[in-house]
Design a protein around this ligand. Structure first.
Ligand code: UDP
Length: 491
């Protein structure tokens, strides 16, 4: 293959369109381009706008990042035009993930066009970096004669468990939801009640084509040419080494993948948009935060997917009121698939009574702006990995309420192993106790817990990891240097 050596090596990045998956891979894309690669980012038409902040930044910094927009054919059983996991009911998620395999042929066609074009543009990519949900791209890459790197937006402990789950299906042996599932082939004995095992894995049915495709796709990840994980060595050394051992291939821990402004105290007040436009003006939010004392505010947000029932909201509201502490609480409206009168309703009179000490944001909050403000002293979270890393990086101890997916694994890591969190409850439909909430809020904001000391150590370690010479910084360099060697091999 003739490759113009003056051009920067070109990689195709393929994120999975769910906020929690996409945001950090776009940050990685920026890092790869900053380290001298050309990058094409593949997405579908309705997700195109999610690339805009990255593309604008790239153009102002002179980085070579271009979009590749490929239409997603309609899939029977999915709402027409469904191209993002947000607002999708859970039972449709396996089918939604499956639907992306329709992009395999268009990717192959695009690759051939890049090879044949006399004016190459970026030229053909030397490798594909794609989300773990898109394990099938391993076969696409093999067909094109290029390697594939799997990108994991979750932590290395979660990756260890996920690999084991899809390989051995240990939950199949267990019938009741509350019975214990032991996870084989992880660095130390770990077990979860069956209901805490990833719903995707639990939905697996032998001989069902969607399930079989999903399992095959997940297991292909282990065979990738390389693995990138959004974590850092001082946080998860044991599990990073384990994934390396299982895959027998390089594992690059490159996290925390966050906007560089976050690590510089003086730049933090600048607007930090993440994911999508926020539902509150940044200046209103900042003004409110400025009016609070240092570490006196609890921030409550359950990521991009979870939506609370009225009963859950009522219990949190009562606990918060009893705590007498200040709070910012992000409440999502229910998607159209949920009954609007049973979800997302705030008890009458609560907002009025809390006017002086609470800020409620309906919709999308500027989470990084909030977490990075000195007046925030605790984070009640569903333990999504991005929220987890953001909290660690900003030195905010956590109150944990995992609801889904890898969140139970992350909560275990935070509370029992890293000791930077206090457990509130577990489960998407669980109603937390108002007293437990009040006590947990008081504990974190009272700064009496061990969590404060431990989180401060991790905050410093996270900063070290991404600074020049730090473990994650060196891993990005190493990964890029391995990719640069590919251009020579392809010649
Ligand atoms: N986020 C945000 N505003 C919100 C909710 C979430 O900016 O109102 C961001 C948050 O900072 C994080 C991501 O969205 O980067 C959520 O990812 P996470 O892995 O925590 O949870 P998921 O959405 O995947 O459940």
């Amino acid at each position: 293959m003739a490759v113009n050596m003056e051009k920067k090596p070109h990689v195709l990045v393929f994120p999975f369109p769910a906020q929690g998956h996409m945001i950090s891979l776009l940050d990685l894309t920026h890092a790869l381009a900053s380290h001298g690669l050309s990058v094409t980012v593949l997405t579908t038409p309705r997700n195109q706008s999610l690339l805009s902040p990255l593309l604008q930044r790239a153009s102002s910094e002179g980085l070579r990042i271009q979009p590749l927009i490929i239409p997603l054919p309609p899939t029977e059983g999915l709402p027409l035009g469904c191209e993002n996991m947000a607002q999708l009911p859970y039972h449709l998620i396996p089918l939604f993930m499956d639907s992306f395999k329709e992009l395999a042929h268009p990717i192959e066609d695009w690759f051939q066009q890049q090879k044949q074009s006399s004016d190459y543009g970026f030229g053909p990519p030397v490798c594909i970096i794609s989300d773990l949900v898109l394990g099938w791209t391993q076969n696409t890459a093999a067909k094109l004669g290029i390697p594939r790197i799997v990108y994991h937006p979750s932590g290395a402990f979660a990756v260890s468990v996920i690999y084991s789950l899809w390989k051995y299906l240990p939950h199949e042996e267990v019938s009741s939801d509350n019975d214990t599932v032991h996870i084989p082939e992880v660095p130390h004995p770990v077990s979860f009640p069956k209901y805490q095992i990833s719903r995707l894995a639990r939905a697996y049915k032998r001989s069902d084509p969607v399930s079989e495709f999903m399992r095959c796709s997940m297991n292909l990840n282990v065979k990738s040419w390389g693995t990138i994980i959004n974590t850092f060595y001082d946080l998860e050394a044991l599990y990073i080494d384990h994934v390396q051992g299982v895959s027998g291939r390089p594992v690059w821990s490159v996290g925390p993948l966050l906007p560089p402004a976050l690590f510089e105290a003086k730049q933090r007040r600048t607007m930090i948009e993440r994911g999508k436009p926020t539902s509150i003006d940044d200046s209103v939010c900042l003004q409110w935060l400025e009016s609070r004392k240092e570490k006196s505010v609890i921030y409550i947000c359950f990521g991009s997917q979870a939506c609370l029932s009225n009963k859950q909201i009522e219990e949190i509201a009562t606990g918060l009121e009893a705590s007498e502490e200040s709070f910012i609480w992000v409440i999502r409206d229910p998607p159209s698939s949920m009954p609007a009168d049973e979800y997302g309703v705030i008890p009458q009179g609560f907002e009025d009574r809390m006017k002086r000490r609470g800020l409620i944001i309906r919709g999308w909050a500027p989470q990084l702006l909030i977490l990075s403000h000195p007046s925030v002293g605790g984070f009640l979270t569903h333990c999504g990995w991005n929220s987890t890393l953001e909290s660690i990086t900003l030195g905010i101890p956590l109150i944990t309420w995992p609801m889904n997916a890898d969140q139970y694994i992350n909560a275990l890591l935070l509370v029992d192993y890293l000791k930077v969190g206090v457990r509130l409850c577990e489960g998407a439909t669980t109603v937390p106790s108002r007293d437990d909430l009040r006590i947990a809020v008081k504990r974190l904001l009272g700064r009496e817990g061990e969590e404060m000391r431990r989180i401060e150590e991790l905050r410093r370690a996270a900063k070290r990891a991404v600074q020049e010479g730090g473990s994650s910084y060196k891993n990005v360099e190493d990964c890029v240097s391995e990719i640069k060697k590919l251009i020579v091999q392809l010649n």
